[in-house]
Every structure is written in C-alpha cells, then in structure tokens.
Write a new protein. Structure first.
Length: 213
C-alpha cells in the first residue's frame, strides 16, 4: 500500500501502551494531552473520537493541532480537534484524496463512512453536492482513468489491468471502462499501437515459462 508523504513537522511519535489504550477506549480524560493521526486516511483526532479503530502501526501522535496540520493531516469532521467545524468541501477533499491513493482497494460507501466519520446517507449527500457525483461513481471514474493510463503505456493483459485498478471481474471492467471512455479497453489501446517493447517480450517469455513448467 502506498503511504502519503509528509512535509513539515516530523510525525515521529508512536503511541505507547497507555496512549493506545486511550485511543481504543475513546478516553475523554486524555483529550488535550495529545492528538492522534492516521497515516492511511490523513486525518487526525482527539483521543475520545468514536471513529473506527485504526491500525496501531498507522498511528502517529502530536502534542498540538498545529503540528498535525503542518504534517499534512486534516482535522476529523466528527471530533473537530481544532474546535472548528470542517467545511463540507474540505471533508470531501479528504475523501477524494484518499480515493485517489487507494482506488485499487475495495472501497464502498460504508467503508468511506467508517473512515471519514459520517453516516453513509449524509456522506453521500454532501459528496454529491460538492463533487457532482456519488462516491462510488467517483471511485469508478478514478479506476477507469488509471486503467486508460495503463492501457496506453503498457502491454499488460486487459483483465490484469482491471484487477490492478481494483476491478477483478473482466466483463464488469470492460462495461465500466466503456461507460466512462465510450469504447472498450481493447479499442482504446489500439489508439496507442506501437512496436513490441520490452514489457511485451517479458510477458512472452513468462508465458513460455508457464508452458515449460
Ligand atoms: Zn475524530
């Protein structure tokens, strides 16, 4: 999995057992003592936040909200660690930048709601208002865009490209691709036809290995 890269303040503190206990048990008495950020979502919270329990190895701690913000993290919409209400547009940006990095993983309305701390209904409504598309449509559009890029510059099999962008069913991948780009993946690729390259030769030798094996 790709991790985001951070600039500015170095997030070098990981939770000790006591701090981890406070996070897992949503301990209000620890609010103000530290803030915790989750690297995979880019969001930071107060200890008491009732958000979904993160994986411990993805958590970094900050003493002050300014450090978390300087580290590239954004405040959680639910527990509002900076005390301010997160604007809808900012919340949706959190989600789209997450989707842009994690489109190849399973993403559903429910999983977004768990990670970004809102009810699925509310999240879908706000997302659509800001983005003009539902979260699931945005995910599929991102996958189709990435697939187009792979088709244009690699010779990988179409089903493999579908799987690489998070769609394991080849027929579904083709249908989705067509609905976004107006042509099948194969037709799209033909626009970029070019002489054999190294990658294709590698595939060919991999296939002959299969035959030998
Ligand atoms: Zn929170």
């Amino acid at each position: 999995m790709k991790e985001r890269e951070f600039n500015g303040a170095e997030p070098d503190t990981v939770p000790d057992d006591e701090q981890w206990r406070a996070i897992v048990s949503n301990d209000e008495s620890c609010n103000g003592k530290f803030f915790y950020a989750v690297k995979t979502t880019g969001i930071f919270c107060r200890p008491s936040c009732k958000s979904k329990e993160p994986r411990r190895e993805n958590v970094v701690l900050f003493d002050r909200t300014e450090q978390a913000l300087a580290g590239g993290f954004r405040p959680c919409k639910r527990c509002k660690p900076t005390g301010e209400t997160l604007p809808d547009a900012e919340w949706v940006t959190q989600m789209t930048s997450y989707i842009d990095r994690h489109y190849a993983e399973p993403i559903t309305l429910q999983s977004l709601a768990d990670q970004f701390h809102g009810s699925p209904y509310h999240l879908q409504r706000i997302f659509k208002k800001v983005q003009g598309a539902t979260p699931v449509a945005y995910v599929q559009r991102t996958r189709a865009a990435r697939a187009a890029e792979l088709l244009s510059r690699t010779d990988r099999p179409i089903a493999q490209i579908g799987a690489e962008v998070g769609i394991s069913s080849a027929p579904y991948f083709i249908t989705l691709f067509k609905s976004v780009h107006g042509c099948t993946p194969a037709a799209y690729r033909r626009r970029f036809d070019r002489p054999h390259n190294e990658e294709e030769i590698n595939h060919a030798s991999a296939r002959s290995d299969d035959l030998l094996g």
